[in-house]
Design a protein around this ligand. Structure first.
Ligand SMILES: Cc1cc2nc3c(=O)[nH]c(=O)nc-3n(C[C@H](O)[C@H](O)[C@H](O)COP(=O)(O)OP(=O)(O)OC[C@H]3O[C@@H](n4cnc5c(N)ncnc54)[C@H](O)[C@@H]3O)c2cc1C
Length: 473
């Protein structure tokens, strides 16, 4: 295991270790080469093998399986994707219905595969609670969110309102005034999922080489320091960890922006504390703060609390975070403001990772048949479930099998350079995020302060909403 990952509870608590696979030391020819052993690369390989078992597939991973966001995330396996409704806004109702069915069914379908393949990753399909909590301003945000979901055609069965009492039955979050509940989210232990999936993919005949960073590529050919791989089809599955490997970044205007998020985890909490918090069905929870909070109750009764990190100038993926980083103290403080009963609880680990944001603020699947090149990513922090669907979609595109999935609006045929939007050059990206995050931070501090005046709150809320609109796809 990479030393950085000892900070990460998911890897630190694995009893069967992360496994060590040899790097590739010889030149090989295969049908399909995949770069990156996170969920996207692994699910693509898995579905390819399901559809065509005789394919020879190799996965090249720079570090080790799950080193990227897939081993470090909050474990929300979502039947939602970032920007879903914007992709579908101008589409007819039939396509919308098909798309919603594909996306909402991700946790159930992934759950079936996990069970069938014997991947034990603490999967719990308990749903998600988006709570209006902590300060009164969140109630209007939650109601507006529900209205937008309804206007986009999501049903009561997909997203329903919980009043304050109903919310309290599920979770006793401070200042809880109501919530949206959706059944379409499951909780998982991310590192168990990614390492378990890697073993399954190997069992189906895929070769995985760790410590095998791709340092150069040309049509149908990849190079590591010690090998050359020839393949008519190459899939790039690097997401936020791709900066530097992706030739597009050399222009200074990448397709995917590496963005940091991080989390903290408590010690195992007593039954009495969990009685006060709730989440008995291991529902995941967040609030309407634009700090993008996310909570999970783990199978071993710890509480994981994550919140948005930031963007660093130049856009390099970051894997190592100092435990003294003030952002971790902010997350512990926020966790306690959600659940004051955590006041005395110790937090044992703090870690972070890098996720990828596409310029559309919505993810994509791209396949260029002429060049034999494919990719999927830009999940904007919602890739645990989406990678299951996108891996299947990529597999179908590679094998030229039309399906409902290959017709969905996040599927682009052609070269990435022609179909994806690029980010602005520096320093614009950095300045843009600095400004947006500054406004969000100001909004949060004003709205959460009971003493702030009504006009002050209204102004802060308007500024936050304006930035959110700018950042929506
Ligand atoms: C802190 C955090 C919390 C998150 N929480 C959630 C959540 O709760 N729910 C959710 O849905 N999403 C969440 N996400 C996002 C989610 O984890 C990602 O969208 C998803 O894991 C992306 O998977 P991937 O396989 O596409 O990329 P990654 O898992 O990032 O994998 C990319 C891999 O490529 C490898 N690589 C890079 N360069 C090379 C090269 N040149 N050669 C070979 N290999 C290379 C890397 O080492 C890495 O292993 C979170 C992300 C972070 C960072």
């Amino acid at each position: 295991m990479h030393h950085d990952l000892r900070q990460c509870y998911w890897f630190d608590s694995l009893t069967n270790g992360a496994g060590a696979r040899p790097s590739l030391q010889q030149d090989i020819d295969v049908d399909i080469a995949i770069v990156g052993a996170g969920y996207t690369g692994l699910w693509t390989a898995y579905h390819l093998k399901q559809l065509k078992p005789e394919l020879s597939i190799v996965i090249l991973e720079a570090e080790h399986v799950g080193f990227g966001a897939s081993g470090r995330n909050g474990g929300w396996l979502m039947g939602e994707i970032a920007g879903l409704d914007s992709y579908l806004a101008a589409r007819n109702e039939d396509l919308r219905t098909l798309a919603y069915r594909e996306v909402h069914s991700i946790p159930a379908r992934a759950g079936e595969v996990l069970q069938r393949e014997g991947i034990d990753c603490d999967f719990a399909h308990g749903g998600a609670i988006y709570a209006a909590a902590r300060y009164p301003g969140q109630l209007a945000m939650a109601r507006a969110h529900l209205a937008a979901l309804r206007a986009a055609g999501h049903s009561e069965a997909d997203y329903r309102w919980l009043d304050a009492d109903e919310l309290r039955q599920l979770a006793r979050v401070a200042g809880g005034r109501g919530a949206i509940f959706t059944p379409h989210v499951a909780a998982v232990q991310p590192a168990k999922l990614v390492t378990g999936l890697a073993s399954v993919v190997e069992r189906h005949g895929v070769r995985i080489h760790e410590g095998s960073r791709v340092i150069a590529s040309s049509a149908g050919e990849l190079h590591t320091a010690t090998s050359r791989v020839r393949a008519p089809v190459v899939i790039s599955a690097l997401e936020g960890y791709g900066a530097g490997a992706d030739s597009a970044t050399k222009s200074g205007r990448p397709f995917i922006l590496p963005f940091q998020s991080g989390m903290v985890i408590s010690e195992p909490l007593s039954a009495a504390i969990w009685d006060e918090i709730g989440l008995a069905g291991r529902q995941v929870l967040s609030d309407y703060s634009r700090l993008a909070t996310y909570v999970q109750r783990t199978q071993d009764d710890r509480l994981v609390f994550g919140a948005r990190g930031g963007y660093r100038f130049g856009g390099k993926p970051i894997s190592s975070f100092s435990g003294d980083d003030p952002a971790f103290e902010t997350r512990r403080r926020l966790a306690r403001s959600f659940f004051p009963v955590l006041e005395q609880a110790a937090f044992t680990h703090a870690w972070g990772g890098t996720l990828g944001i596409a310029r559309r603020f919505a993810p994509h699947v791209v396949y260029d048949r002429a060049r034999g090149e494919g990719t999927a990513g830009g999940y904007t922090g919602e890739g645990v479930g989406a990678s299951f669907l996108f891996g299947l979609t990529l597999a179908e595109l590679v094998l030229d099998q039309d399906s409902v999935r290959t017709c969905l609006p996040w599927v682009f045929r052609g070269n990435s350079a022609d179909v994806l939007r690029r980010w602005e050059p520096e320093p614009l990206r950095w300045l843009g995020f600095k400004a947006a995050w500054g406004v969000y931070g100001w909004e949060e501090s004003v709205l959460s302060r009971g003493s702030a005046g009504r006009w002050h709150k209204r102004l802060a809320g308007m500024a936050g909403a304006a930035v959110a609109r700018l950042l929506s796809p």
